[in-house]
Design a protein around this ligand. Structure first.
Ligand SMILES: [Zn+2]
Length: 431
């Protein structure tokens, strides 16, 4: 969160390979992994199976040609082949080389770690992303900023996952909700550092935008991805305004975050609630408790750390442990999402709508997102606005909340999509 306007930066655009080496900067100390050496080739062959069917629709009927330069696992001892004039050296990375039309990946560090932390499907997603760049080369996509090409590759990876979810993959069968959520968790890890300008040479996108592109691919397929251009993508990645903001990571001090976010949510719903309920918004009492939660029969949800109490019409959250932990581990907007969730539950109750089950939870997430939409789009003299990293903090918090809730009827994948609808479209997305 910050108290100052967003600043757009325009930088030169260079086309480069995908760089995920920031995530695993210290190779060589991995414990033994259970990953099979066949996993990546199997995934790549399955991606080729997908494109053999999907490609002609994007190419006026031209047949799909698999990469001519082959697949290249590499290690520190056996580095990847040269890519055109670019010298190669070991990096914990995966890349498509246009000059040699090949795909290479670090089999020593990157793939074992992704596999062990997020499962085999994320390994498939990373390879489908790299193959997406080979598809761009075949379709001769040029003149687009790196961030657009990267999001398109994420979208193409999602399209492959959508095909696998439909049961057509021979390598990945019976994909579970938890596996799908793990791919979202992996994209959170592979995001740009907060504050990266969207047009920076290496920009791949923040997690919020990358997950949007990935989910669009899963749900709408490769035809949708092929339409991506610089002019039609909502890019929420912005640079830090100055060094001071970069130093704080855009995070307000904790006590200020709690107070300002609570006041701002109140002011937002005073403006927004009449559009939903044809009534004015009465201030919501918010109890920040330290040890014992205030009494409530039938709290919503039934967790102790944060709830809305429909019977007595107040919200309460643990400001002694839960909120500081969210602030420390994720950032100030994780607290924002906590508060946004409680206000959204009050909104649903006050307008006679439910928060129960899958539909109720997704309505809460969408309404919570509309407050972030307001924070993102409001005027420059507003008391607070979103800072770089805030939307990624929100997505991270939603993944964490979903794990804590353990409600099998709703996935983090769906909750993030609902939240994003509110963020990008406002109240119209939720009604
Ligand atoms: Zn890429």
């Amino acid at each position: 969160m910050r108290a100052h306007p967003l600043v757009a930066a325009v930088l030169l655009v260079l086309l480069t390979g995908c760089d995920v080496s920031r995530v695993f900067p210290d190779p060589g100390q991995s414990p033994p992994s259970s990953v099979s050496a066949d996993l990546v080739p199997q995934a790549l062959r399955d991606v080729e199976r997908f494109w053999a069917t999907a490609f002609p629709a994007l190419s006026d009927g031209e047949r799909f040609q698999p990469v001519r330069g082959g697949y290249h696992p590499y290690t520190r001892r056996n580095p990847p082949p040269a890519c055109g004039d670019e010298p190669t050296q070991y990096q914990p990375n995966a890349f498509y080389c246009p000059a040699g039309d090949f795909i290479a990946w670090d089999a020593e560090t990157l793939i074992p770690r992704l596999h062990d932390e997020f499962g085999p499907l994320l390994v498939g997603v990373v390879m489908a992303h790299e193959y997406g760049h080979a598809v761009q080369a075949r379709l001769r996509v040029t003149g687009q900023p790196t961030v657009v090409l990267e999001q398109q590759a994420d979208c193409y990876a999602g399209a492959w996952v959508g095909d696998a979810l439909a049961g057509r993959s021979t390598a990945f069968r019976n994909i579970t909700t938890a596996q799908l959520d793990n791919t979202v968790g992996g994209l959170l890890l592979l995001r740009d550092e907060p504050g990266t300008p969207a047009l920076a040479p290496q920009a791949h996108g923040n997690a919020f935008d990358r997950i949007r592109a990935y989910q669009e691919g899963v749900e709408q397929g490769a035809d949708r991805c092929a339409t991506y251009r610089a002019g039609n993508l909502p890019v929420t990645e912005v640079p830090f305004r100055d060094e001071e903001e970069a130093a704080t990571g855009g995070n307000l001090p904790y006590p200020q975050a709690i107070n300002t976010l609570g006041e701002d949510a109140q002011a937002y719903w005073q403006r927004a609630f009449p559009q939903l309920a044809d009534r004015s918004w009465q201030p919501l009492r918010v109890v920040a408790f330290d040890a014992a939660p205030p009494d409530c029969t039938d709290p919503d949800p039934t967790t102790e750390g944060a709830f809305y109490c429909p019977a007595a019409d107040f919200a309460a959250f643990d400001a002694g442990r839960l909120a500081p932990a969210l602030y420390e581990r994720i950032g100030d907007n994780a607290v924002g999402v906590l508060i946004g969730d409680l206000f959204a539950r009050a909104v649903q109750d006050r307008r006679g709508a439910t928060t129960d089950g899958r539909a109720g939870q997704l309505a809460v997430d969408c309404l919570s997102g509309t407050w972030a939409n307001d924070l993102l789009t409001r005027g420059q003299d507003a008391p607070i606005r979103l800072s770089p990293g805030d939307l990624d903090e929100a997505v991270t918090a939603l993944v964490a909340f979903d794990r804590a809730a353990r409600d099998p009827s709703v996935s983090a994948f769906d909750r993030i999509a609902a939240y994003r609808g509110g963020v990008l479209e406002g109240l119209s997305a939720c009604t």
